[in-house]
Design a protein around this ligand. Structure first.
Ligand code: ARG
Length: 466
């Protein structure tokens, strides 16, 4: 125990009479994970220094020295030779100390009119903005891959399910386009979230603003922000923008997870609707015949961890009084992991979708099972003048008869069908095929092959408009 509470050599500042305990130092340090913000920290510092010089708080020579020192530091970080020290707690103090070692007094002036509180909030927003741009590009690529596959399968018939029971025939292209709709809303959510991420906290300083004549708009412009955060207390303390990103990412992952679940079911030999390219599957160490859909299964599993991180950030925030509290240091690991998991998953799925092999004959066969055209028969009777409720009942009797005889509706003779309604004529067989069933659903949002092609064209136009 005494080891853990051993003293480090130096106290935090002259205000302290003893150094922080070793375990406390490790407990409070964030450099191991927040060094990931380093390049954004430098970018923010350079914009801040430029502003300080523009309002007369730094000389041109000092600004040059800071720029030179930061270039060296960036280079050291990129080459992997920068020495990170846990004694310096976080990314901000590590870089500032190295800058001062390199350029002396100019480095000591950089922190004028700034606090780590507005600095870290700025860094995270810069980092997250880039992460959102990556994820958005991948969502567009994934939609593109799904659209291509949907077009190739605009006419491929498969069973549509409700309650995982065969319901009505659909086209595989239509089914895939459902996911394009989902991922397109996910992209919209990210774009909307980005607008709120893209605001500058710097200038809020520790919490109340600063007494120096700063120019926040200039810093915002330099960093490509759309504007400044309007309240200093809010700027340093709230992480709603990160929570919002995690919420949008969670919804996107839930969509990936639903798709994954379907891929797993479709690939089961019992179902046999698709095959996935071998590079996304693994074998079994004991059962030589196995080809397992590991990637979709893992994506489904990783969705749990993303949703967990969203919960972590919500709970992190809920009890915090204004303004900054150290709790917020705990925002980074969940946020980083959400972004990493989302972008890795999307990147893999772009390729995975391109490698999906549909087994059209098996799908077609399954679509004809389970009386999937029963609704079409009822609709046929309605079009001949029967009330829908009566038609529903007549077809229920027909299904029961066919089921008892081990036949499909289309295998009942005209005579047999006419025992359920005299309205049945020999044109009835056209509506009892899966092809007739899907072709009849020919309105916007319907499953008809022509509508799938129209949806594909709309999606392509939207994607190319960006
Ligand atoms: N490492 C800290 C964080 O991530 C930086 C801000 C610390 N500010 C402070 N006053 N302790 O939140």
């Amino acid at each position: 125990m005494t080891d853990q509470f051993a003293k480090k050599s130096e106290a935090w500042s002259a205000r302290f009479s003893e150094p922080v305990a070793e375990l406390v130092k490790r407990y409070t340090a964030s450099v191991d994970f927040d060094k990931r913000l380093a390049l954004h920290d430098i970018e923010g510092s350079l914009a801040h220094a430029d502003m300080l010089q523009s309002v007369g708080l730094l000389s041109a020579t000092e600004l040059d020295a800071i720029r030179g020192g930061m270039a060296t530091i960036r280079d050291e970080i990129e080459r992997g030779v920068f020495v990170w020290s846990i004694d310096l707690e976080d990314v901000h103090l590590n870089i500032e100390k190295r800058l001062t070692d390199l350029v002396g007094d100019a480095g000591k002036r950089l922190h004028t009119a700034r606090s780590r509180n507005d600095q870290v909030a700025t860094d995270i927003r810069l980092w997250l903005r880039a992460a959102i741009d990556d994820a958005s590009a991948l969502l567009a690529a994934l939609q593109g891959a799904l659209v291509d596959l949907a077009e190739a399968h605009a006419d491929t018939i498969m069973p549509g399910f409700t309650h995982l029971q065969v319901a009505q025939p659909v086209t595989f292209g239509h089914h895939l386009m459902a996911y394009v709709e989902m991922f397109s809303r996910d992209a919209e959510r990210l774009a909307d979230c980005r607008r709120r991420v893209n605001r500058l906290p710097l200038g809020a300083a520790a919490l109340a603003g600063t007494s120096y004549p700063i120019d926040r708009e200039r810093v915002a412009r330099t960093l490509g922000f759309d504007g400044v955060c309007g309240n200093s207390l809010d700027a340093v303390s709230d992480r709603d923008f990160a929570i919002e990103f995690c919420a949008a990412a969670s919804i996107a992952m839930v969509h990936v997870s639903r798709f994954s679940e379907e891929l797993v079911i479709w690939m089961s030999p019992r179902v046999g609707f698709i095959d996935l390219a071998d590079r996304f599957c693994t074998g079994s160490s004991i059962m030589p015949q196995k080809k397992n859909p590991d990637v979709p299964e893992l994506a489904r599993g990783k969705t749990g961890r993303v949703v967990g991180h969203l919960t972590a950030l919500l709970v992190l925030m809920k009890g915090q009084p204004l303004a900054y509290n150290k709790d917020n240091q705990e925002d980074k690991e969940p946020l980083f992991d959400v972004a990493d998991t989302l972008t890795d998953t999307l990147r893999i799925f772009v390729d995975l979708v391109g490698g999906i092999q549909a087994k059209a004959a098996r799908m077609r066969q399954a679509a004809a099972e389970g009386f999937s055209t029963a609704t079409d028969l009822a609709d046929y009777l309605v079009k001949k003048g029967m009330a829908f409720r009566d038609a529903h009942e007549a077809v229920a009797h027909a299904v029961r008869r066919a089921s008892d005889a081990g036949k499909d509706l289309s295998e009942l003779s005209l005579e047999q069908l006419r025992t359920f309604s005299a309205l049945v004529g020999d044109d009835v067989y056209a509506v009892l095929t899966p092809e007739g069933s899907v072709a009849a659903r020919d309105h916007i949002g319907g499953t008809a092959p022509a509508q799938v092609r129209a949806a594909v064209a709309r999606a392509r136009a939207r994607l190319s408009a960006g």
